[in-house]
Design a protein around this ligand. Sequence first.
Ligand SMILES: Cc1ncc(COP(=O)(O)O)c(C=O)c1O
Length: 394
Amino acid sequence: MNALFSDRINDVPRSFIREILKDALAPGTISFAGGLPNRDLFPADEIQAATEKVFRLRGKDIFQYSQSEGLPELREYIAARYRQRGLDVPVSNILITSGSQQGLDLLGKTLVNEGDLLGIEEPGYLGAIQAFALYRPTFVPIPVSEQGMDTDALANVLSGPPVKLIYGVPNFQNPSGVTYPEANRHAVAAQVRATRTLFIEDDPYGDLRFEGKHLTSFYQLMPENTVMLGSFSKVVVPGFRLGWIVAPDALMQKLIIAKQASDLHSSSFLQEVMLQYLRDNDLDVHIQKITSAYGQQKQVMMAAIQQHFPEDVSMTHPEGGMFLWATLPESMTAMALFNEAVKDRVVFVPGDPFYVTPGVIRTLRLNYSCVTPELIRSGIERLGTAIRTLETRG
Ligand SMILES: Cc1ncc(COP(=O)(O)O)c(C=O)c1O
């Protein structure tokens, strides 16, 4: 340990994903390891037009410092979208953040003392583990699967010493792609509400549904103790770093202080451009383009998996989002498969970094949003061969 650095930063591991992918990959490597939206779907022309218009209409004001809470009109736009979905979110309860990732950091700053217990989905979003880890909590994992959050495990956690918050991604979860079923949401909310624990509903993918129908959000079920995180990253562009937090009044006041201390406010220029883009374009039409592309990519991946993977590999069946999650047979770890697959120029993310409980990990994340159908087919074929090679090796 280096005495120069805080204990806080010394305790947070480096990004495992960067570590395993840091060596230059052989040319022609097909990557299912990405976590990025598809760049070909970025509305570049529309954003260019919005930028020019903002310069023309707003002049030098777009370069001035602005409010910590974010542009009122952008917050109003977000509230109006929630209203369309039947959620009543007052504008004063919306804080614009520099990506929803900053929302996680601000929640850590505002809520977490060293040693506090934090309930977190397992497998869970790596960026949330990293953001909260800086505030030195003790993580309490709660398993998630296609059945949603494990309500027995949740009951166990809630009956023990008090947990500060429970963190979950109920729609098309990162990393597993699973969605909590409707009945599970009601069961989870009933338990969480009874103990007045704060539930962090992180929802960057909710709009990216290509099958099935939208489900009830935790905010609808228990507005008084739900914090929602939202983002423009997956539905417009991630590079603007624009997201938001919805929080109850008292917490919002503290979050605004934390936001001021962190960066005063998110880029006012980029908020203006985003707002102009949203005024001049129908976001739902754009989202439709994204979901039809991702839906097709997911179909291609599932079909290729059925053709090329042995039957003892199980898969999740996402109805939206960007990821599939595979579970390998007992005999094989995800890291062993990674080492075999990289030789044949195909990579993915082994499940290991998404767990706070150490153990033998047989799960892996496959991203389909950034890979063309042709490359999905050949990448999955190569991966199937790597799995069979390991199986015969034993
Ligand atoms: C579950 C989840 N939450 C939050 C984020 C952060 O998104 P952003 O900061 O770009 O809004 C991501 C990004 O991949 C994510 O998968």
